[in-house]
Design a protein around this ligand. Structure first.
Ligand code: GDP
Length: 223
């Protein structure tokens, strides 16, 4: 009878946890790939995608910069002419997944034709994109979801794209007010079939909730 030698267990300390893996992934290369003004210009669906959407001025560029620890990753999306396009960024080397910066909505003075163009692009992207693993819907923590955010939530529900609601600029309000907005937003989320019931609370300015969001995104692209 031979003695069975058990396989050498890897000590826990050497197993990087998800938070550390996520931190390393987002700290690595993040490169602008392309802007798609229409569906025909989308990149090949060869990598998992995580899309970011929200009202203009919600803090989307700041959140993308905070997640990737860079100063201006999302700058392309605010240059004139690029605001109505889907902007794609490759993350990792080799590429692991893509961040998709969706055009902001809710411009006060947007002409109906521009709103309609936005709606068609976003709806068609959401409906047809098999590699889209998750969408992050950003909502200003000072206000909670507004009517335009509810419309976006309904588009996501209809496309059956799972989404996380991310409250932004949490540093701008008092803790008690923030608690009330979190509760109200979670109540709203429970009414939407494709929404996660728990909301993420972030501040790009203070770094609040950023590491947790990176870890959640890593989970989204790997499960
Ligand atoms: P976008 O239009 O959604 O890309 O929004 P930006 O990222 O450009 O942010 C809009 C404004 O909100 C800018 O003046 C930012 O400096 C500010 N902002 C964004 N995130 C935060 C935050 O976490 N805290 C605070 N205090 N201000 C923020």
């Amino acid at each position: 009878m031979t003695d069975q030698i058990p396989p050498n267990p890897i000590p826990d300390a050497e197993m990087p946890d998800d938070a550390e893996l996520a931190r390393k992934l987002f700290a690595g290369p993040v490169n602008f790939l392309l802007s798609a003004p229409q569906l025909q210009f989308l990149p090949e669906p060869e990598l998992a995608e995580v899309a970011f959407c929200g009202r203009s001025n919600v803090g989307k560029s700041s959140l993308l910069n905070a997640l990737t620890n860079r100063k201006a990753i999302a700058r392309t999306s605010v240059t004139p002419g690029r605001t109505q396009e889907l902007n794609f960024f490759d993350v990792g080397d080799p590429h692991i997944f893509r961040l998709v910066d969706m055009p902001g909505y809710g411009f006060a003075k947007a002409p109906p034709a521009v709103v309609e163009k936005w709606r068609r692009l976003v709806r068609d992207y959401l409906r047809g994109r098999v590699v889209l693993k998750r969408t992050l819907l950003l909502v200003d923590a000072r206000h909670g979801p507004k009517e335009v955010d509810r419309e976006m939530m309904e588009m996501l529900d209809q496309a059956a794209v799972g989404y996380r609601i991310v409250l932004t600029k949490a540093d701008k309000i008092k803790a008690s007010e923030l608690d009330a907005v979190i509760r109200a937003t979670e109540t709203e989320a429970r009414k939407h079939p494709a929404a996660y019931p728990m909301v993420h609370v972030t501040s790009s300015e203070k770094g609040l909730g950023i590491a947790e969001l990176r870890t959640a995104i890593l989970t989204d692209i790997t499960t």
